[in-house]
Design a protein around this ligand. Sequence first.
Ligand code: SF4
Length: 355
Amino acid sequence: MGKLHAEKNTSPFATALAEWFRAAARDLPWRRTRDPYRIWLSEIILQQTRVEQGLPYYEKFVERYPTVKHLALAPDDEIFRLWEGLGYYRRAQNMLRAARIVVEKYAGRFPSSYDELLKLPGIGPYTAAAVASFAFDEAVAVVDGNVARVLARFSGYAGAINTGSGPKDLQALADRFLDRRHPGRHNQAVMELGALICTPRNPRCEICPLKTGCRAYAEGRTGELPVKKAARPVQNRRMDYLLSIKDGRLSVQKRTANDIWQNLYQFPLLEGLPESRQQAARRLQMEFGLKKIPVWAGEATHLLTHRRLLLRFWMTAEKLDGYEYVPLDRLEGLSFPIVLRRFLAGKKISPNFEF
Ligand code: SF4
């Protein structure tokens, strides 16, 4: 902790922040409730998702499943269909598992302590601290990307925030600054400051309530802090999809492996084909035993955290062995990864489609 510089007395930090938050906080639906279910739902939806993007999903889920019991009873496929577009499907799977545990083990009442919350699937230290403090005012400090940035800049923390002792040091800083009388409000205020004022680029220091006492501001180092160790390089993954449409039905399969998009639907797939389209088409023809070479139908790129998916789409009117065929008017009801759904929409592959 030698790199740290922080006020011993946390109250000026907390007071300035609280005043600012009262005036500037965005009016978001999960801030109007102390219901742990709704707070948890919003936190799961907002992981790796911007507020503007997550908001309509939150509203959809709350309307359809007003309590954790409603969510726990929902069929998996219905949830994945509703989740479409949010990505990171493991989050949706863990969300469902957690809801079912809350109903079975806790009789539908969310556990009220940080330690108990941490036992639920998909709930890590950040989410447990968020739910425990926002819903139950437990004095635990949250550290997400926004909080880490604010604290690293304010304290002049020069170590990497994402490796080694970084996460622990940041947690210690957050604990030290926490307003223990109003932990929920305080946590939300730091997060909001990071989202609205202490932004990754061009922080608005001039109007920041913490500028008095902010080390990065005083030393002109807001561009350097926080320090982050570079992420793993992105790897390419090529996926060639073959859509076989026969008698108003489309070939699909459910992804079951422990991999991206687990439990979602896709089309027959080959991976690792040559970059050359001509060679790829011949390989598809051979591997799927087609009489004619498949027809080129388009391509798309899709970015995941450490991977770039290079998708190509091909079509055939020949029937493939070993695949499920779904009537075109039932495709709406299946959950596809968003990039495949967009392809279907772009090609207008709907009940009237003619190959
Ligand atoms: S003064 Fe600037 S760098 Fe410091 S906390 Fe505020 S916005 Fe961030």
